[in-house]
Write a protein that binds this ligand. Structure first.
Ligand SMILES: *[C@@H]1O[C@H](CO)[C@@H](O)[C@H](O)[C@H]1NC(C)=O
Ligand SMILES: *[C@@H]1O[C@H](CO)[C@@H](O)[C@H](O)[C@H]1NC(C)=O
Ligand SMILES: *[C@@H]1O[C@H](CO)[C@@H](O)[C@H](O)[C@H]1NC(C)=O
Ligand SMILES: *[C@@H]1O[C@H](CO)[C@@H](O)[C@H](O)[C@H]1NC(C)=O
Ligand SMILES: *[C@@H]1O[C@H](CO)[C@@H](O)[C@H](O)[C@H]1NC(C)=O
Ligand SMILES: *[C@@H]1O[C@H](CO)[C@@H](O)[C@H](O)[C@H]1NC(C)=O
Ligand SMILES: *[C@@H]1O[C@H](CO)[C@@H](O)[C@H](O)[C@H]1NC(C)=O
Ligand SMILES: *[C@@H]1O[C@H](CO)[C@@H](O)[C@H](O)[C@H]1NC(C)=O
Length: 521
C-alpha cells in the first residue's frame, strides 16, 4: 500500500495538473513511478502557487486525557491558483484507543450486554437483529422502559441485543468506578467514538456467536443514544443496515441551532411563569426573604440563596416539557396546579407553589430534599465537559431570565473541574452536522430521525427529510423519546401509534431491500 502522505501529495499535484500547465514538469514525470519524493526536494522544488503551512495538530483525537492535548506541527500545502475564489473561513482545529496501538491501549474491561433470542427467526432465515444503544446511564433502567425492541420482536422475528455504554452501570474500565472517574488520565477514554467502536465490536461478536453473519442489524437509541445510533450508521455502514435515532439533537452543536432553541420550546409548552422569577428575586432580597421563600415552598432545608430555588424550578419545567408524555402529561399537571390556584389575587408565587405541589405530589417537604448523585449526572458532566458541548443558552424572549451561553466561562469551569478543556468543535468535525441536508442528501441512507415537537431537544433535531432514505418522522404533540418507549394499547394516543407504524414500515422496507440484495449478490 502506498504511504498515505504520498497519496495526498499525489492528489495535490494531480489537481494542479488538471487545471494549469505551470506545474513543474520534472515533478509530473515522477508521478508514474509512484516513488516517494526525497525529503530534500519535496518542498524546495515546489512551484510558487504551493503554499506550505504548518498546523498545530493534536496528537490524539480520540482521548481526553491530558496527554492527548499534545500537539505537533503538521504540514499542509495549498494551491489556490485555479480556484474560483470562495468565501470560506476554515479555522481547522484537528486533533490524534480502539484508536491507538500503544501497549496501554490493549487493556480491556468487561462490558455488559443483554440478549433476548426468544423471538429470533434464526441465522438460516437471516432474521434481523435489533440493537439498543445504551446512553448516559446504566442499562438496567433502560431495559424496562425501552419498548421498541420488545414490542416489535415478534413482528420482525428479531434477536434483541442491548448494550451498555462504557463508564456506566457494570461496564466500567480500570477495575472500579472510583478509578475510572478519578481524573482526566482515566476519563480520557470516555467518549462517543470509543463508545460506538465498543458497539461495533460487540455486534460483530454476537453475530459471530450466533452464526448470524447475514442477519441485518438495526440500531436504535434515544437522545444521546439516538445520536450514537445515527452516527453509527454513518461510520459503520458495514455493521448496521439502518438506524432509528429518537429525539437525537444532532444539530445542537457549534452554532447550528440557536442557543435558545431548548428554552423557547419549554416556554411554548407553558403559559404564568415568567413573572415569578422577578418576584422570587424581590422577596429574596428582603432581610428575611429567604426564610419567607423557604416557608412558602416548604423546603426540606432552609434555602441558602434564591438560585437554589430558581434552578430547581428551571429543571422542573424543563423536565416536565421534555418528558411530557401520555397519559399523564406532566406539563398539564403543572399548569393545572397553577391555574387552579385560587388563594391568590394574581399572586404568581402562590400559583408556582401550587404547580410544584401538583407536579411533585404530596410530600413532607420540597426543593432541596436529600438525593443521591446519579451516575448520569456524574458521567454526563464529564461528557459535556470534553466532547458533548451542547450550547444551550437563553435570550430575553423565553419565560426564564436571560442567560446566554458563555463558551469562555464554560471552558474555564470544565478546566477547573477536570484539568482539560472541552473540544467544542469535535462533534461536528467527526460526525458532521453543518448543512446536513446538503451533505447527506447524496451520502448515507437508512436513518430515521424521530422527534416530538413538544420536546425542547427537538430544536436541535433533524426535522425534514434529507433524502428518500434519511427521513424525519415527527409528531406535533410528542415528547422526548416517546416513540421508543414501551407501547400501551390503552393509553397511547393515535398519533403516537401512527408514528411508530411509519417507523416500522420504513425499517421493514430496508430489511426487505437488503434480503433482495442478499439473494442477488
Ligand atoms: C464572506 O461572506 C461573509 C458573509 O457571507 C461576508 O460578510 C464577508 O464579507 C465575505 N468575505 C469576502 C472576502 O468575500
Ligand atoms: C440451517 O441450515 C444448515 C445448512 O443449510 C442446516 O444444516 C441446518 O440444519 C439449518 N438449521 C436450522 C435450525 O434450520
Ligand atoms: C491521575 O491519577 C493518577 C494516579 O492517582 C496519577 O498518576 C496521574 O498523574 C493523575 N492524572 C492527572 C491528569 O491528574
Ligand atoms: C394532597 O393533600 C391535600 C390536602 O393536604 C389533599 O386535598 C389532596 O387530595 C392530596 N393529594 C394527593 C394526590 O394525595
Ligand atoms: C441513597 O443511596 C443509599 C445507598 O444506596 C440508600 O440507602 C438511600 O436510601 C438513598 N437515598 C436516596 C434519597 O435515594
Ligand atoms: C432582547 O435582546 C435583544 C438583543 O440583545 C434586544 O435587541 C432587544 O431589545 C431585547 N428585548 C427586550 C424586550 O428586552
Ligand atoms: C419523510 O418521509 C416519510 C416517508 O418516507 C414521511 O412519512 C414523513 O412524513 C416525511 N417527513 C417529513 C417531515 O415530511
Ligand atoms: C395536540 O394537542 C392539542 C392540545 O391537546 C390538540 O388540540 C391538537 O389537536 C393536537 N394536535 C395533534 C396533531 O394531535
Amino acid at each position: 500500500m502506498p504511504l498515505p502522505s504520498f497519496q495526498l501529495w499525489l492528489a495535490l499535484l494531480l489537481l494542479a495538473a488538471a487545471c494549469a500547465s505551470a506545474v513543474h514538469p520534472r515533478k509530473l514525470a515522477r508521478l508514474g513511478g509512484l516513488k516517494r519524493l526525497a525529503a530534500s526536494e519535496s518542498s524546495s522544488d515546489l512551484p510558487p502557487e504551493y503554499e506550505i503551512h504548518y498546523y498545530r495538530q493534536t496528537l490524539d483525537h480520540f482521548n481526553y486525557k491530558p496527554e492527548s492535548y499534545a500537539t505537533f506541527q503538521q504540514r499542509y500545502i495549498l494551491n489556490y491558483k485555479c480556484w474560483g475564489g470562495a468565501n470560506t473561513s476554515s479555522p481547522i482545529f484537528v486533533y490524534t484507543d480502539h484508536f491507538n496501538y500503544k501497549p496501554e491501549s490493549y487493556s480491556t474491561f468487561e462490558q455488559r450486554y443483554v440478549i433476548n433470542s426468544k423471538y429470533w427467526g434464526g441465522a438460516n432465515a437471516s432474521a434481523p437483529i435489533l440493537v439498543y444503544f445504551g446512553a448516559e446511564a446504566p442499562l438496567d433502567g433502560d431495559l424496562a422502559v425501552i419498548g421498541f425492541l420488545s414490542d416489535n420482536a415478534i413482528r420482525f422475528n428479531a434477536l434483541l441485543l442491548y448494550i451498555e455504554h462504557r463508564y456506566y452501570g457494570k461496564s466500567i474500565p480500570f477495575g472500579s468506578r472510583e478509578e475510572a472517574l478519578k481524573n482526566g488520565s482515566t476519563l480520557g477514554y470516555f467518549n462517543s467514538a470509543q463508545a460506538i467502536a465498543d458497539y461495533a465490536e460487540i455486534i460483530i461478536h454476537v453475530k459471530k456467536s450466533f452464526q448470524a453473519e447475514n442477519s441485518p442489524v438495526i440500531v436504535i437509541g434515544g437522545s444521546y443514544g439516538g445520536m450514537l445510533a445515527s452516527w453509527f450508521r454513518l461510520k459503520y455502514p458495514h455493521i448496521a443496515l439502518g438506524a432509528l435515532a429518537s429525539s437525537a439533537p444532532v444539530l445542537y452543536f457549534d452554532d447550528i441551532t440557536p442557543q435558545d432553541g431548548y428554552y423557547s420550546i419549554v416556554t411554548k409548552d407553558f403559559r404564568t411563569i415568567q413573572k415569578s422569577w422577578a418576584v422570587i428575586d424581590e422577596i429574596a432580597s428582603k432581610p428575611n426573604g429567604l426564610s419567607i421563600l423557604s416557608k412558602k415552598f416548604r423546603t426540606c432545608k432552609p434555602l441558602t440563596d434564591s438560585d437554589e430555588l430558581k434552578n430547581y424550578l428551571d429543571s422542573m419545567y424543563s423536565s416536565a416539557a421534555q418528558y411530557n408524555k401520555p397519559p399523564t402529561y406532566p406539563v398539564n399537571i403543572i399548569c393545572g396546579g397553577i391555574d387552579s390556584s385560587t388563594n391568590s389575587e394574581n399572586d404568581p408565587l402562590s400559583k408556582i407553589v401550587a404547580g410544584l405541589f401538583a407536579y411533585t405530589g404530596n410530600r413532607s417537604c420540597y426543593i432541596n430534599a436529600p438525593t443521591n448523585v446519579s451516575e448520569t449526572s456524574v458521567g454526563w458532566r464529564w461528557q459535556t465537559c470534553s466532547e458533548m458541548v451542547i450550547p444551550i443558552g437563553r435570550g430575553n424572549d423565553t419565560m426564564f431570565p436571560p442567560k446566554p451561553f458563555d463558551l469562555q466561562s464554560y471552558i474555564q469551569d470544565c478546566k477547573d473541574l477536570y484539568g482539560v478543556p472541552p473540544r467544542p468543535n469535535w462533534v461536528t468535525t467527526y460526525y458532521g452536522g453543518h448543512s446536513i441536508k446538503l451533505i447527506l442528501q447524496r451520502f448515507g441512507s437508512n436513518i430515521i430521525f424521530s422527534n416530538g415537537l413538544k420536546d425542547p431537544y427537538s430544536s436541535g433535531g433533524v426535522l425534514e427529510n434529507l433524502s428518500d432514505t434519511i427521513t424525519a418522522v415527527h409528531t406535533v404533540n410528542g415528547s422526548h423519546c416517546l416513540d421508543i418507549l414501551v407501547a400501551s394499547k390503552t393509553t397511547d394516543p393515535e398519533w403516537l401509534v401512527a408514528q411508530r407504524e411509519v417507523e416500522i414500515k420504513i425499517i421493514d422496507g430496508w430489511i426487505n431491500e437488503y434480503y433482495d440484495d442478499l439473494r442477488n449478490q
